[in-house]
Design a protein around this ligand. Structure first.
Ligand code: AKG
Ligand code: FE2
Length: 264
């Protein structure tokens, strides 16, 4: 059933008992430990990523939520043990355009998100017993378009992991830039954050994911940003949210804050 969307020859998510599956999980875990991410190019079969972006394009152009905000890396106005004027607290702008799962009916990204072997595979790579899809008609899957002059600015993720699939690459820009393990649970390393924001950290790295690649990124202690996009083609990405408990949903207030409307 998933064969027409996913390359299950290359990535045997449907055969968890096979040695190939075990080897794949092992490689992903090693990449997460050494690079803070793993990337599976060609996870979607050829043409699927672009078809998913094309199918959503009319809704993206007319019904997406333009999310514009000014934020620091923490998405918080104050942080413990640091002055509000410290350069680690500097704010910058983020703009993108978001479609929610309830606006993506019939889109293949929804089928892939709901396919249980994917959640089971992600859980295995992260060493978690089980992961569950969200019980939230808006937040479970988002599709984000970033247009010329727009980008997602430096931040730490509030969730431990982010799971994305790039659907359409822009002509220029749109790379994911990151600085691995800049802070720990016990040490915020504010001066290190300031150095990243000033572009003065030599350990900043960049990747440009290919359309159709599955990317899992550990962003909780690794600040990252999406480099501003240039050119006429939008950067379009699907973002999947899974939790360790079933039934997680946003409140109506959270839906309003993230999407400007609510279905809760
Ligand atoms: O668009 C991307 O590649 C990264 C998205 C991201 O960092 C996030 O959603 O927190
Ligand atoms: Fe992020």
């Amino acid at each position: 059933m998933m064969n027409h969307l996913l390359d299950l020859e290359k990535y045997p998510l449907d055969r968890p008992d096979s040695p190939e599956y075990v080897a794949m999980v092992k490689k992903c875990r090693a990449d997460l430990a050494s690079k803070g991410m793993f990337n599976l190019p060609g996870f979607f079969k050829p043409g699927v990523a672009q078809a998913a972006a094309d199918m959503a394009k009319p809704a993206m152009n007319t019904a997406s939520f333009r999310h514009a905000r000014r934020h620091n890396v923490y998405f918080k106005d104050a942080m413990p043990g640091v002055d509000d004027n410290h350069p680690a607290m500097v704010k910058s702008d983020t703009i993108n355009h978001t479609l929610c799962a309830d606006q993506l009916n019939g889109n293949p990204v929804i089928d892939v998100y709901e396919w249980e072997p994917l959640a089971d595979f992600l859980a295995a790579t992260m060493g978690k017993g089980k992961l569950y899809p969200m019980d939230d008609k808006m937040a479970c899957v988002n599709m984000q378009a970033t247009r010329a002059g727009e980008g997602l600015n430096w931040h730490f993720d509030r969730s431990e992991f982010t799971t994305t699939i790039l659907l359409q690459a822009p002509e220029t820009g749109g790379q994911l830039e990151y600085r691995k393990d800049l802070r720990t649970a016990d040490d915020q390393n504010y001066d290190g954050v300031a150095a990243v924001l000033a572009g003065k950290d030599p350990e900043i790295k960049q990747i440009m994911p290919e359309p159709g690649a599955l990317n899992v990124f550990r962003g909780v202690n690794t600040p990252h940003r999406v480099v501003p996009v240039e050119g006429r083609k939008d950067r379009v990405i699907a973002i999947f949210c899974y939790y360790e408990q079933p039934g997680v949903a946003f409140t109506a207030d959270e839906q309003m804050g993230f999407y400007g409307r609510t279905v809760a």
